[in-house]
Design a protein around this ligand. Structure first.
Ligand code: SF4
Length: 284
């Protein structure tokens, strides 16, 4: 199945988000999805454009709100595979509350964050993922705040699938998105996706020098949450691969099934006078 469409992305040449787009398209095809069974929801930011660049249903939402929309979509139509996406500002600043609660709720969606450690769309301000000392127009003397640690945060919030990858590693990123799509529950995939225009510190070369692949860590066991936390702290979060997965915990969909077997999309839409007309009269 072809998940490419004919919309030409207007990201800057070299932006890490191109690889995320390609990886989603490959992963969706590899797990056997059909375009009409996939919905990609995004927030605001350069990364937010991604929902228009994939041959699937797309919903470009508002800032920090891709997760409420994605969760509602999944609950209303449980046959859909739902990917939520956005940048680090979208998911870890304005949308952080939604991120934490979506994680602990374990709704069966895949959340892909394009983490470039800066606000690119608004031309380069410090984000919650910028390192301390990071100089931008909004912190000309260097940021005095430490960066948020999203992977450690997700583990603490009870995440059942936590992974991290790098735009330069298409093979690993595609495999992790496939694993996230196959995971029955909420999967968080943070992608180091360099902003080549505004972030001159966290470049492709910088990541290549500083990242450790978990596949190269001897004895690493992604089912061990304690080990996951230890390795993240030891490597200051600069790892890629499957960090943690718990396949035993039931998803929100499975738990809610006992209360509501019929999602909205299985109900007959009645536009007769009795139901629709009655509703309208209430508002007149
Ligand atoms: Fe990508 Fe940065 Fe350009 Fe935005 S400003 S499209 S994040 S390179």
């Amino acid at each position: 199945k072809d998940f490419r469409n004919n919309v030409k992305p207007n990201w800057c040449p070299g932006c890490g988000d191109f690889s995320v787009q390609a990886s989603i398209q490959r992963a969706a095809a590899n797990v056997g999805l059909d375009p009409e069974n996939l919905a990609v929801v995004s927030g605001i930011g350069c990364s937010g454009r991604i929902s228009g660049y994939i041959n699937s249903y797309g919903f470009h939402g508002i800032h920090g709100r891709s997760l409420p929309i994605a969760q509602g979509l999944k609950m209303a139509n449980r046959d859909l595979t739902v990917i939520a996406s956005g940048g680090d500002g979208d998911g870890f600043a304005i949308g952080l509350g939604h991120t934490i609660h979506a994680i602990r709720r374990n709704v069966d969606i895949t959340y892909i964050v394009m983490d470039n450690q800066i606000y690119g769309l608004t031309k380069g301000q410090t984000s919650p993922r910028s390192s301390s000392g990071f100089k931008t127009k909004s912190t000309p003397q260097g940021s005095i705040e430490p960066a948020l640690a999203p992977m450690e945060m997700a583990l603490t919030a009870g995440a059942t699938f936590v992974a991290q990858s790098f735009s330069s590693d298409l093979k690993e990123l595609t495999a992790l998105i496939e694993a996230g799509l196959n995971h029955k529950g909420f999967s968080l995939i943070n992608v180091f996706s360099p902003c080549v225009t505004y972030n001159k510190i966290n470049t492709y070369d910088w990541f290549k020098e500083n990242l450790t692949k978990l596949a190269d860590v001897e004895g690493y066991d992604p089912s061990n949450r304690g080990q996951a936390m230890n390795v993240l702290m030891e490597k200051e979060g600069l790892v890629t691969g499957l960090i943690y997965q718990n396949s035993e915990q039931p998803s929100y969909q499975e738990l809610v099934a006992g209360y509501s077997d019929e999602p909205l999309n299985s109900h007959e839409l009645k536009l007769d006078d009795e139901t629709f007309g009655g509703l309208l009269k209430e508002f007149m």
